[in-house]
Design a protein around this ligand. Structure first.
Ligand code: ADP
Ligand code: ADP
Length: 241
């Protein structure tokens, strides 16, 4: 059963049709690529799949539940995390503080209604500390925790953005051009990071770097002018006329 399932997604902005009938099924555990030229509708598709944008028509199921009309924080709570095309780290905050924002985005809803100082508060604090250490190790920023995010190399900031998303231990991750602007070494590290976090997750990646798509994705969807063109293994897709 697919964990992400979209049917006939159409999105219009006034006279602009950003998506014109996109359907896709992503199976549990897949690393699924989405490629296509600038303006093809890839970011819009991600926004719709995680509830940030409401489609003009069409339906989306995440883990079997229809998400149309569901607010993004409820979708996030069901185990979905998203990173953005432009790196969304807080430059003036430390690595640790940035991960804390991930906590706020993720642990937040379990916390509302609880009394600070209660046992569950302490348990959550401990779980949070443990998660911080796990994520710092995964993203390789263990030694950089007190550095301001803004002073880190761009490729490292992008790893941090993935780390923020990882704080909630999401089952489904949407990564929007995660390797953009990375140098060769950073890209190789990034591929290793995604391989390390992939078990137990379903990952969708929009990416312009075809080497990343080839090395990570089992299947890729090509979107052109808001329409799906082909879904297949990357080596087939990339040789498609
Ligand atoms: P991609 O991510 O593939 O580069 P986008 O999803 O960003 O493509 O954009 C698809 C199309 O929709 C483009 O023509 C873009 O200009 C348009 N578009 C995206 N967002 C908006 C918006 N908020 N308002 C108007 N047009 C938009
Ligand atoms: P709001 O956005 O409504 O201000 P916060 O996310 O800041 O909500 O959290 C509300 C309260 O819960 C704050 O006092 C905060 O310190 C506390 N809190 C937030 N996350 C946790 C957590 N994981 N464990 C314990 N307390 C938390």
């Amino acid at each position: 059963r697919p964990v992400v399932s979209a049917r006939d997604i159409v999105k219009r902005y006034g006279g602009v049709t950003a998506l014109n009938g996109v359907s896709l099924d992503v199976e549990e555990g897949e690393i699924f690529g989405i490629i296509g030229p600038n303006g093809a509708g890839k970011s819009t598709l991600f926004d719709i799949l995680c509830g940030i944008t409401v489609p003009t028509s069409g339906s989306i199921r995440i883990m079997g539940s229809e998400i149309s009309g569901m607010p993004p924080h409820l979708i996030a709570r069901s185990g979905v995390a998203r990173t953005f095309q432009r790196t969304a780290v807080f430059a003036e905050s430390t690595v640790l503080e940035n991960l804390l924002f991930g906590r706020h985005a993720s642990f937040h809803h379990g916390v509302l209604g609880r009394i600070v100082g209660s046992k569950s508060y302490v348990r959550d604090q401990q779980a949070f500390q443990a998660r911080v250490e796990e994520v710092l190790a995964l993203i390789g920023l263990d030694g950089e925790r007190h550095r301001k995010a803004g002073v880190l190399a761009y490729g490292v900031q992008r790893r941090l953005a993935v780390g923020i998303a990882l704080m909630s231990d999401p089952k489904i991750m949407f990564l929007d051009e995660p390797a953009a602007g990375m140098n060769g070494r950073e890209t190789a590290d990034f591929i290793a990071l995604i391989r390390a976090i992939a078990p137990g997750r379903t990952i969708l990646i929009v990416e312009h770097d075809m080497a990343v798509i080839r090395q990570l994705c089992g299947r890729a969807l090509v979107v052109v002018d808001g329409k799906p063109v082909v879904v297949d293994a990357p080596h087939h897709v990339l040789s498609h006329p």
